[in-house]
Design a binder for this molecule. Structure first.
Ligand code: 13P
Length: 250
């Protein structure tokens, strides 16, 4: 059975005081989390160790938002997968559209990052998703398939089988506009078919998360779709009550 997962991507938000305030507020509610949902928080990397320490006893995972293509060395400003692991991360978001767009991350680099993550026992949350212009042309399925093929082509079956996938249409990120459950289900189903091409029946075990303006008032409908196994939440993950309400929407 594939896992239900709700992951929060804090992006470049919350300073140290705000992060610890979030953690203290959030763990107060842990007893009301549904048993069958894995909860993950991906803060700015400098908060990972503190959050990992607080969340460990509550079975809440933490993850990075990026890692280097290199394992170590003279790469000023970079953070390796091994270093993320050493401060308590179990996951890392890779290929977020903001990294692809603002930092020009290529498919080849993303495949390398996935390998680095897996070698260091981090589970990659690998993102894909089309811009508005592509959606308007109705070529979103082909676009996302290509994003997956470019990276999966560089990976082994064993590596692909360990991924979490996040579909995040760029036009729905931070805009308040969400893909409808039907729009999201359509493409999640296509993503699972692509996975099936590479890893056969194991595709059924891969969690595919939806991201893009997920809020307490739309999560339940999204999660009721067959191929939507959870969410990668941006803005609403900064507020413990909203994040909790999304987790409880399963
Ligand atoms: P929002 O939930 O703020 O739209 O962000 C989505 C996202 O980019 C998560 O990675």
């Amino acid at each position: 059975m594939r896992k239900n997962i709700v992951a929060g991507n804090w992006k470049m938000n919350l300073d140290a005081d705000e992060a610890s305030q979030f953690a203290l507020n959030f763990i107060k509610h842990k007893s009301s989390f549904p048993e069958d949902v894995d909860v993950i928080v991906c803060p700015p990397a400098v908060h990972l160790q503190d959050l990992a320490d607080v969340f460990y006893d509550f079975n809440i995972g933490v993850g990075g938002q990026n890692c280097s293509v290199h394992s170590s060395g003279a790469y000023t400003g970079e953070i390796s997968a091994g270093i993320l692991k050493s401060v308590g991360a179990s996951y890392v978001i890779l290929g977020h559209s903001e990294r692809r767009e603002y930092f020009n991350e290529s498919a080849t680099q993303l495949a390398e990052k996935i390998k680095q993550a897996l070698e260091n026992k981090l589970i990659p949350i690998f993102c894909c998703g089309e811009p508005l212009s592509v959606r308007k042309e109705n070529s979103h399925v082909a676009y996302v398939k290509q994003q997956l093929d470019e990276v999966f082509g560089e990976l082994s079956q064993a590596q692909i089988s360990q991924l979490i996938i996040a579909y995040e249409p760029i036009w729905a990120i931070g805009t308040g506009e969400t893909a409808s459950p039907q729009q999201a289900q359509e493409i999640h189903h296509e993503i699972r078919k692509v996975l099936n091409n590479y890893i056969g029946e194991n595709a059924d075990e891969i969690s595919i998360l939806y991201g893009g303006s997920v809020k307490p008032n739309n999560a339940k409908e999204l999660f009721s779709e067959a191929d939507i196994d959870g969410a990668l939440v941006g803005g609403a993950s900064l507020n413990p009550e909203d994040f909790l309400a999304i987790i409880k929407s399963f």
